[in-house]
Design a protein around this ligand. Structure first.
Ligand code: ADP
Length: 483
């Protein structure tokens, strides 16, 4: 889960960024990228359109010029007045380029720059032109285009006499495109700045409820736990505030139960001490006390000391259990032998009250348990069944299992537990009959220890009881412990 969250936010744990940053970035990116793409596409197609129309125009003019050259027999040397030479130069000037006329022998007969006359021009385009193909090429880097046109023989079907080559600059048309592109860039920059500003303003406005919510939480952190932290501005803030409210109420409950526990502990520890004090004071207040009375009082004091020490022992067991929740010492145990052993240990106590202790093993059970802790849990149940029983009553412990769980049932013929108290007997220090529990030396912690152990084993404890008829405690524990 943690790994998944790390993948979701790769920077998590390295540094903290404000939520404003990704939101502003998203707004800017989603606003800017389509705008830039759109502008680039429009400018590029405008550029291509301009070049195409210029090339088309030059092509038309050159074709007209080529026809004229044909008609006037220019390549046959029939045109001697130089009129066509002038026309060639004018056309080259108009298109800011250079026009070259090549004859059948690939020799340049006219060059508008007058630099290459009489030289040979055996270029691929010229050769192709002699084969009847006009060619047209645009050099994007150097921003010029070159076109070649055949000059036909004036006599019908007499073939091609020469080639007219024009190399013209696309600079004039491209400079218009460049100006448009520059303007578009400026507009984009302005839109970007405006977008950034708007995004910042919008996100600041959107985040305001979070800031207010944080203020409320800071108030709570300073100790004002009753501050109203409802934040119904957005669904998100409402959900967070509800979750925090739930956490706070759990914390309050924990705090309250801790306070209750501390006051219960103090009360429980004080009770035997008060009894000891009363006994000791009354002994000291008497004169010439007979030795039997001394002994009787001292026995009472000793019972109170035992109770105090039992409460402290049980408290320590509980605390240790809370601390080492994950530390179960799981081993494979034969539960039949294990329960028999517990009952053997408790039989003398049962015998003292003439209570029959019966073990009914329905099948052999082996399970993964923490022997020490589970022994404590089952002992507590059987001890209670003996303690809260009547003279000559019975306690029946039954062990059964299915393919997943084993069941330990402790039934007694005792005083039973009223229905309305059955939910509370697992609470720390809760006793149904305080006098009786004290009389039997109970600390009020036995069942809460039992329940902790059962929960640690991922088991369940259930009770069914009727006042005056007896009680049945049932444990259901998985055969295989899965951490
Ligand atoms: P205690 O040390 O008082 O026995 P426990 O936590 O073991 O404390 O039990 C809590 C209370 O539940 C007891 O005080 C008693 O009133 C009642 N109780 C527990 N087991 C039985 C039982 N088998 N029959 C009747 N009452 C019982």
């Amino acid at each position: 889960m943690e790994e998944e969250r790390r993948n979701l936010l790769p920077w998590k744990g390295k540094f903290t960024v404000s939520l404003k940053l990704p939101v502003v970035l998203l707004l800017v990116v989603f606003g800017l990228v389509p705008m830039v793409l759109c502008t680039v596409t429009v400018v590029e197609s405008f550029r291509q359109g301009q070049i195409d129309s210029r090339m088309m125009e030059v092509q038309n003019q050159c074709q007209i010029l080529s026809s004229k050259l044909t008609r006037t027999g220019y390549l046959k040397g029939e045109n001697k007045d130089g009129l066509m030479d002038n026309e060639i130069s004018t056309m080259a000037d108009i298109y800011n380029g250079r026009i070259v006329v090549v004859n059948k022998d690939f020799r340049i007969v006219q060059d508008s720059f007058h630099l290459a006359e009489k030289r040979m021009l055996v270029a691929e385009e010229v050769i192709r032109c002699f084969q009847g193909e006009t060619s047209s090429k645009y050099n994007r880097e150097k921003r010029y285009f070159a076109q070649a046109f055949p000059i036909y023989n004036s006599a019908q079907d007499q073939g091609i006499d020469g080639v007219l080559v024009i190399i013209a600059s696309a600079e004039t048309v491209l400079s218009v495109v460049d100006t448009v592109a520059d303007r578009a860039l400026l507009v984009q920059l302005m839109v970007f700045l405006a977008l950034l500003l708007i995004a910042l303003m919008v996100i600041t406005m959107l985040m305001r409820p979070f800031a207010k919510f944080q203020g409320k939480l800071n108030h709570v952190a300073e100790g004002a736990l009753d501050t109203d932290i409802s934040a119904d501005w957005y669904k998100e803030t409402r959900d967070i505030s509800r979750a925090v409210e739930r956490t706070l109420s759990t914390l309050k409950e924990v705090d309250q139960s801790r306070q209750e526990f501390v006051s219960n502990v103090s009360h429980e520890l004080k009770t035997p001490i008060t009894s000891i004090r009363v006994l000791a004071d009354s002994l000291m207040g008497m004169e010439d006390v007979p030795a039997e009375l001394y002994r009787e009082f001292m026995e009472d004091i000793s019972v109170e000391i035992d109770r105090e020490s039992k409460i402290i022992d049980d408290l320590l067991t509980l605390v240790r259990m809370d601390k080492s929740k994950a530390e179960l010492n799981i081993t494979q145990v034969n539960i039949n032998g294990f329960v028999k052993q517990i009952l053997k240990r408790l039989r003398p106590i049962a015998n003292r009250r003439k209570i029959e202790l019966i073990f009914e093993s329905i099948r052999e059970v082996t399970a993964d348990v923490d022997e020490m802790k589970l022994s404590l849990a089952i002992s507590n149940l059987v001890e209670n069944a003996i303690k809260y029983n009547q003279e000559e009553g019975w306690v029946r412990v039954t062990l059964d299992a299915d393919h997943k769980f084993f069941y330990v049932k402790v039934a007694d013929s005792g005083i039973g537990i009223p229905e309305e108290e059955q939910n509370r007997i697992f609470e720390r220090f809760y006793r149904v009959d305080k006098a009786r529990s004290r009389e039997t030396g109970g600390s009020g912690l036995g069942l809460s220890i039992t329940r902790s152990v059962v929960l640690m084993h991922k088991g369940v404890i259930k009770i069914s009881s009727k006042t005056g008829e007896g009680s049945i405690f049932t444990l259901r524990i998985p055969l295989n412990y899965i951490a």
